[in-house]
Structures are given as structure tokens and as C-alpha cells.
Design a protein around this ligand. Sequence first.
Ligand code: ARG
Length: 283
Amino acid sequence: MKHMKKMLCLALGLTMSLTLLSACSGGGTASPSPSASAPSPSASAPAPTGAVLPTIEAGKLIMSTNAAFPPYEMVTDAGGFEGIDVEIATKIAEKLGLELEILDIDFTPAVNAPAEGKSDMCMAGLTVNDERKVNLDFSTTYATGIQVVIVPEGSEITTIEDLDGKLIGTQAGTTGYNYCSASPEDGGYGEDAVIAYDNGAIAVQALLAGKVDCVVIDNMPAQEYVKANTGLKILDTEFAVEDYAIAVKKGNTELLTAIDGALDELIADGIVQSVVDKYITAD
Ligand code: ARG
């Protein structure tokens, strides 16, 4: 616990302005971080037309994701895909003259897909962290995620201090799972305290069914799940603040440079912000 609080304070200190920003707008803003609008060293114009980018299938940009993560990626009633990531990826593909194809699989395989040659990029509200940097290279950051805690209304859990001894639901393979399942010395609650579900929606169903005491998940999906189900609320205390970015296979610099060029333009033109704004739901 002590470590986690330290980590939390550090994270909050570093990103105070962002946290305040999201607090002011109801906690749901995943705004591009300040660094996102600054020119990144690897940024350059998208590949010149005619240049063949090193994608798995010529002319295509295959994006692996787990589309149970609203408002970043979700399946429409008609069986298509929508969400912040889907719209940004569509615009990146357009700029690069590629056709976007979405590979919707479980989260862990979606993260591993670029390194395994199964996708060109993973875009999944994906948090940048050192563990993932072993096999992946990350783009410019385009959003901020905050790990929050969902509890049933009337729960005896009122702050993260109360999580000790409780059963925590998470999505398998996510940073939320990693924080919570870490040993108490490392600021977590230990593996036995955490259940990993295939995705956030299933974790929330388990919470509603009383199988876990809370769910730790990213703030924007948390708000969507709470809105879609009665009897749930989000704790005011935040768990950790993170950056979202697109990941490609480590060493695929040509593709990453092209993606970054397109993404940086979309950020500079305010398009990323307008896509994010479109999906921020008024309470
Ligand atoms: N931000 C968290 C992570 O990177 C959770 C992302 C889950 N994304 C998804 N599309 N299901 O670990």
C-alpha cells in the first residue's frame, strides 16, 4: 500500500494539470498529454505517396485490439467497429494510403500481435510501459488513462485504502491487473486478491453478480460501464495515471515513423481532440 500511494502521488504530481483537467470535466477526459502536441523527435511527414510501407499485407494497416473497451473500441449493433481508437486509426490509415483492417481478439494476444507478425499495430487504449517496450515500439502519446475503482453503490469500499482483503476484478493482461496482483511489498494486493477476466465488460458483470468486490479499470470505460448498468459507482481516488499510444513491432521504425507523422498531424490539427470530445459522454 505504502508503495502504491507513493507511486500514485508521483503520478499525480507529474500529471497534475491533466488530472485537474479531467477532474474539472467530470473525470472522463482522456486529453492528449502536453507532450503529445510537442513535435516528437521521430515525427516526420507521412511516407510519400507511392512509398510502400512495411505492412503485413500490402495496402493494408492491420490493427489488433480488444473491442470491449468503450469508448475507445467497441462493436456496433451492425457488427462493425467504432470508438476513439477506431476513428483515429481510420484517419491514420487514410493519410498513409492504407486500408484499415481490425483484428478483434483478447487483449493479451492483441498486445502481442505486432511482435508476432499478426498485426501491424496494436491500438487498444494501450498503456505505454517498460515491460511492453521489450517487444514493441510506441508512437506519440494521444490520450491519458487513469486507473479507477468501480464498486457497487453502498459498498464498504470508499477509498483505495479499503481494498486490502477484498477481491478485485480486472481485465487479463492489463496494467490494472499488474498493479493489483503485485505483491504487497510492491504496492499490490497479491495474485490471490485478483481475478483476471477476458475483458472489462465481463469483469463488470462479475461485479454485478457479486463475484468480486470491485473492478480496477481505465476511467473512460469505467464511466461507460457505470452508465450502462445500475447500482455501480466510481471511487474518487485514482489508482494510477497512464499514457496511451500505438504500438508496432520493435524495430519497425519505418512504419512507426509513418504512423507518428500522421498522428502528429491529427493532434496538431485538433482532430484527435475532436474525436475524443465526440465520445465524452455527458452525465
Ligand atoms: N490501458 C490498459 C492497459 O494497457 C487497459 C487497456 C485495455 N484495452 C482494451 N482494448 N481492452 O493495460
